[in-house]
Design a binder for this molecule. Structure first.
Ligand SMILES: [Zn+2]
Length: 334
């Protein structure tokens, strides 16, 4: 890939600044390692927040159920007495619809404030990863505040929407069930089983909230890192994994490998694939040998990861050998 002249000039200026500052290799590697920190604490907090919100919504639903059931029974008695739907039933119908719809909007304010708060915390965490003399020298971290703000507000909107949709979907199912039962003249006892299925045995929406939390903090952190690095003219990064044994084997295999920011792997840059906790260490090797990414030490790998990595490296070696053998084989023998 041809390097843009403006990028070239900026790189040379950076090289000069770094040379003049005379940063030691040890501190360079420490600064680089700092950029791969995982926002684990924020993720745990976000999970707790979303789960408690879902519990509140579930409690609201449970609280509303008795009156929904009695509306159903009353409307049925009323409908049996007259020919069609009386005004009372229509009123009950509408009240039912409104009360179910309100369940998911009652917590909207809390949701928005909470999501914004965890977004801010993640942005601060990301800032701290790059708040370092070397990174400032290179210009990473001095990212334009308004771009960061727009990434953050996009994330807040998306997250609020994800949680809201999940609840609207659930209350929508309840609404359909109750309205249908009202029309069919079902007894409340006939509906109880279906309500339980919609709410799920252990709260399906609680599990989904956990998944959202696990996925979204890493995504935002990754997006902010990408913005900071590309804005500073960093062409690519070194893939760094969590290496704790819970990582996808395909990501473990990428450990220490360079990727260009404008040429992502098939499933995206670190943090973008679902629940990915990997990170992008800025590749500063253009600044000199001492900036080259260092291989992780043995102690950074968990036992499971070590075994998996060995396996994947063996497979790669076997494939290489097979390819080499095939190339060596005379054409006639194929
Ligand atoms: Zn990953």
């Amino acid at each position: 890939m041809a390097t843009d002249p403006a990028v070239k000039i900026r790189r040379e200026a950076t090289q000069m600044r770094v040379e003049q500052a005379g940063v030691s290799k040890r501190s360079i590697q420490a600064s680089l390692k700092k950029t791969t920190r995982e926002p684990k604490g924020i993720e745990v907090g976000y999970q707790a927040f979303l789960v408690s919100l879902q519990k509140q919504i579930n409690a609201l639903i449970r609280e509303a159920l008795p009156s929904l059931y009695s509306t159903l029974d009353l409307a049925r008695v009323d409908a049996l007495r007259s020919d069609g739907l009386s005004d009372d039933v229509v009123t009950a119908f509408n009240a039912l619809r409104t009360s179910i719809r309100n369940l998911s909007t009652k917590t909207d304010g809390v949701l928005r404030i909470g999501v914004q708060d965890f977004g801010n915390k993640t942005a601060q965490f990301n800032d701290a990863k790059y708040d370092d003399p070397l990174m400032h020298l290179i210009g990473i971290g001095d990212v334009s505040a308004n771009i960061e703000q727009s990434i953050l507000s996009g994330w807040v909107t998306e997250n609020t929407q994800l949680v809201r949709n999940m609840n609207v979907e659930q209350t929508g199912k309840l609404e359909t069930l109750f309205l249908r039962s009202l029309r069919d003249g079902s007894r409340s006892a006939q509906v109880v089983g279906e309500v339980a299925t919609i709410l799920g045995p252990s709260g399906q929406n609680i599990n989904r909230a956990r998944l959202i939390a696990r996925d979204q903090i890493g995504k935002l952190d990754g997006q902010l890192s990408r913005q900071k690095q590309t804005e500073a003219g960093i062409q690519g990064y070194v893939w760094r994994g969590a290496l704790d044994g819970r990582e996808r084997p395909s990501h473990v295999a990428r450990e220490g490998i360079h990727f260009d920011w404008d040429d992502p792997p098939p499933d995206g840059h670190p943090g973008q694939p679902v629940q990915c906790r990997c990170s992008a260490e800025p590749d500063l090797s253009f600044l000199g040998e001492e900036f080259a990414p260092e291989p992780r030490s043995e102690s950074d790998f968990s036992q499971t990861t070590k075994a998996e990595r060995r396996k994947s490296l063996n497979i790669q070696a076997r494939q290489r050998r097979r390819r080499a053998a095939r190339n060596r084989a005379p054409t006639a023998a194929r």
